[in-house]
Design a binder for this molecule. Structure first.
Ligand code: ARG
Length: 459
């Protein structure tokens, strides 16, 4: 089809150039925003007397028909028309004649694509926010169910101190809550309307950018036309939100892979959320967690790609900026999939309460509590640490755990030890005693649940 910019050219475009230059294969995703944006633009042009009112009406009706056609699958996207903007505009003019040819008055694809991307971003951010909250809600549900489920907490992947599964899940809830706040920031960053910037320097026509902003529910308007067409900060902000969220999801994934191994056996994924092996009949693999861990790298890649694309560009629009889309779309899909599948996966997984309890009672994660016990009897902490270190070495040598050492044996290390030391060693006591703000004590987690319920209710 003839190019909309063909006037100064005397030859057809080389086929490879058409194919390489085109973005229609991926930017057709923007069709809804492109058409809504054009409707707002045409309405404004007519109201401001820049185009005849009846042309405005024809344009709007024509665009609505095109929208219906696309939604019904009756629209042929033509690669020679390069992108979504020219596909829609060419079809409009084909349908309604010269009125369609007035649509692009006071507009460039540079501000048009920026508008589409801002609108698309806002819509997707709203959907992601919902998925994120639903996942947070699931984390809270699992946490509440396992308020009293004891397990070893790890540092350096070595058993460190007893905690509860609830406390562990609440840690993720807090991480995701920060992601949610970052997402709100992304929305605000995208809530600025670029249309009217033209190709670079605004327009000679008496347009009303604020009218368009209001029509399309934007809070503000870009105050500088050059910034409006070259800004991609909002995409970088989204990708950096997505990278951080995926980093959190990847850490959870790593834990689920570990926990579902035979060595840990802390959780078992529901059959609907695990996969088998084509060769080994016994296998049940946590593919979803592995994929989320794997896809995280891809999302980081998109962030790095966007930063790199933007870093060397002179103002304002350069075609390099067309590269802002595929990574952005892919990150959106990845984040949405991850949140949706993870929600159901964690709600259906079996938490092996006995296996966790067994792990926490057969280890030395209560050693700090024994040191704290001596401190309460008057010994300075550094000395208590030394004494308990010796007790641990002695127990390991005897092939025993701390509760299995007799009081007489303990007395060899310090005569501050009394028979009540056994209470201090009980994992549930270790947890219950940690009432410091933010600690794993049941009473502290109850407060966290209440806070969690409250933030989910207001968001
Ligand atoms: N497909 C282009 C993009 O996504 C639209 C803007 C093209 N502008 C231009 N002056 N060639 O960036």
């Amino acid at each position: 089809m003839a190019k909309l910019w063909g006037g100064r050219f005397s030859k057809n475009t080389n086929e490879l150039v058409d194919a390489f230059n085109a973005s229609i294969d991926f930017d057709k995703r923007l069709y809804h925003e492109d058409i809504r944006g054009s409707i707002a633009h045409a309405g404004m042009l007519a109201k401001c007397g820049i185009i005849p009112a009846e042309d405005g009406e024809k344009i709007i009706a024509g665009l609505k028909d095109i929208l219906a056609d696309i939604e019904a699958g009756n629209f042929h996207f033509d690669v020679t028309l390069e992108d979504i903007h020219m596909n829609v505009e060419a079809r409009l003019t084909e349908r309604i004649g010269s009125a369609g040819a007035r649509l692009h008055t006071a507009r460039s694809r540079n501000d048009q694509v920026a508008l589409d991307m801002h609108m698309y971003m806002k819509r997707e951010v709203a959907e992601i926010a919902e998925l994120l909250l639903k996942f947070e809600e699931a984390l809270l549900t699992v946490a509440k169910k396992h308020e009293k489920t004891l397990m070893p907490g790890y540092t350096h992947l070595q058993r460190a101190q007893p905690i509860t599964f609830a406390h562990h899940m609440l840690a993720y809830f807090n991480m995701l809550q920060r992601d949610f706040r970052r997402l709100l920031g992304v929305w605000e960053g995208a809530d600025m309307m670029p249309l009217g910037a033209g190709a670079i320097a605004g327009t000679t026509f008496p347009i009303d950018r604020f009218m368009v902003a209001e029509e399309l529910n934007f809070g503000t308007v870009y105050p500088n036309s050059m910034d409006a067409v070259s800004d991609r900060d909002y995409i970088i902000e989204f990708l950096s939100f997505a990278s951080t969220l995926m980093m959190h999801m990847s850490r959870l994934s790593e834990e689920i892979c570990l926990w579902s191994s035979t060595e840990f056996g802390f959780v078992e994924l529901d059959d609907a959320f695990a996969t088998g092996s084509s060769m080994m009949p016994q296998k049940k693999n946590p593919d979803i967690s592995e994929l989320v861990r794997g896809k995280t790298g891809r999302v980081y890649g998109h962030l790095m790609a966007m930063l790199t694309t933007a870093k060397g560009l002179p103002l304002t629009y350069n075609k390099d900026l067309q590269e802002d889309k595929e990574g952005f779309f892919d990150a959106i899909d990845t984040v949405k999939f991850t949140l949706a599948v993870y929600r159901d996966m964690i709600l259906t997984m079996t938490v092996n309460v006995d296996k966790m309890a067994q792990a926490v009672s057969k280890d030395f994660s209560n050693a700090t509590d024994l040191a704290d016990y001596l401190v309460r009897k008057g010994l300075p902490f550094r000395q208590a640490h030394e004494v308990v270190g010796k007790c641990v070495a002695y127990a390991i040598h005897q092939g025993k755990f701390l509760p299995e050492i007799s009081l007489e044996e303990y007395k060899q290390f310090s005569d501050l030890f009394e028979s009540d030391l056994l209470v201090a060693l009980k994992p549930e006591h270790c947890v219950e005693a940690r009432k410091s703000y933010g600690g794993p004590a049941f009473s502290e987690n109850e407060k966290q649940f209440a806070i969690g319920d409250k933030v989910l209710a207001v968001q």
